[in-house]
Design a protein around this ligand. Sequence first.
Ligand SMILES: NC(=O)c1ccc[n+]([C@@H]2O[C@H](COP(=O)([O-])OP(=O)(O)OC[C@H]3O[C@@H](n4cnc5c(N)ncnc54)[C@H](O)[C@@H]3O)[C@@H](O)[C@H]2O)c1
Ligand SMILES: [Zn+2]
Length: 425
Amino acid sequence: MIDTQTANVESAGLGRSSRRDRTITQVVPVTFTYPVHFTEHLFDPQQTLLRDILTGPEASGGQPPRVLCVVDDGVLAAFPGLEGQIQAYFAAQPGLTLVAPPLAVPGGERCKSDPGQVERVHEAINAHGIDRHAYVIAVGGGAVLDMVGYAAATAHRGVRLVRVPTTVLSQNDSAVGVKNSVNAFGKKNWLGTFAPPHAVLNDRAFLTTLEDRDWLGGLSEALKVALLKDAAFFEWLEANAAALAARDREAMDHAVYRCAELHLQHIAGSGDPFERGSSRPLDFGHWAAHKLESLSNYELRHGEAVAVGIALDCTYAALSDLLPEADWRRILAVLRTLKLAVSVPELWSGTQDATNPTSVLSGLNEFREHLGGRLTIPLLTGIGQPVEVHEMDHDILRRAIALLEDVQAQASSLPLSSPHTQGVL
Ligand SMILES: NC(=O)c1ccc[n+]([C@@H]2O[C@H](COP(=O)([O-])OP(=O)(O)OC[C@H]3O[C@@H](n4cnc5c(N)ncnc54)[C@H](O)[C@@H]3O)[C@@H](O)[C@H]2O)c1
Ligand SMILES: [Zn+2]
């Protein structure tokens, strides 16, 4: 009886003898390469960049590449001729097939919170025969690129995606990376994939129609990456903050380029591009930012929320004697010159109880849950000097929130260098 059972287990491949316990360790080396171009007037028929990208060495089978274009409706509203221009561009390129007129999707966070939008993109990919040798081109702000990127990454296990970001934040940060996502269960970016794009094409002409809040908000990511990685870039931002706030295009060109470059270097050099560890070193200020976005019902833009998150974590670090007060002042002064708020009502509503989901403090645990593992928060010990901490004292956070409320209230009347604000820490 016993013998028979053993024989059955062994014949099913589940035997326990050492002869049958074997392991194959699989190693899959994969290198991703994609270009990030900085250009202007991408869809001008004289411009060959897009055609070259779509017909480059990876274009296969000798077939004219098929292309589906998905466009942010906010961009279509700002550029009424764009739809026709895209169609004219492809009509003038004999080697390319635009499978349908551009598909318009709602711009902003609402496209990430409505599962119907992913479905629409999937339906178009299916209806127009977009396969892994064809392309989806996504034109829009970070939200539309995240949503279309998620749809493209999940159709046929991943069709080629060309991102054409149209906001400061997407050109300098979100579109150059490897992540895409939509919101689910009331949580930001809950559904998503890591999927490097085929190419990123940054067209500076798109930035000219942005509302001030989107022109300025995206700069909080530049400030973030400067504070984490490049003190010289911080000094440049400090010196050029007034020009940036006045919509100087050359200054913005440099800010977008340097910020994108630092992001790309981080992704390539961090050793953890797909965030398998417990830390997200680039997500400085983001534990609070993500929570503030959802508490505001996405009325706050990501960049605006990141500005508040940076201010909060810097103030916390200063109150904890990690960050010198002089550095704290410089950072808050840059935020002020960029006209970015450092305190919003969502920051102080319900701050007493970190277990209450309406409190910004509950964002700490949600941040930990997103990656799993131990809570890991990047803070600063100086400009360009990050450090990771594994807990944050709630009382100090509440003091930081109260202090920022005062700083914000004074913002219109007193410069941070005023004697009236000296010694506030
Ligand atoms: N994938 C990532 O790694 C990553 C990183 C950071 C942020 N994000 C995501 O990016 C999103 C925020 O992106 P965003 O700041 O670009 O804002 P957004 O995509 O929400 O766009 C803001 C508004 O600007 C409009 N718009 C876009 N381009 C325009 C143009 N050229 N002229 C006029 N209006 C224009 C849009 O229609 C929208 O109404 C968030 O969902 C955030 O989670 C993703
Ligand atoms: Zn961000």
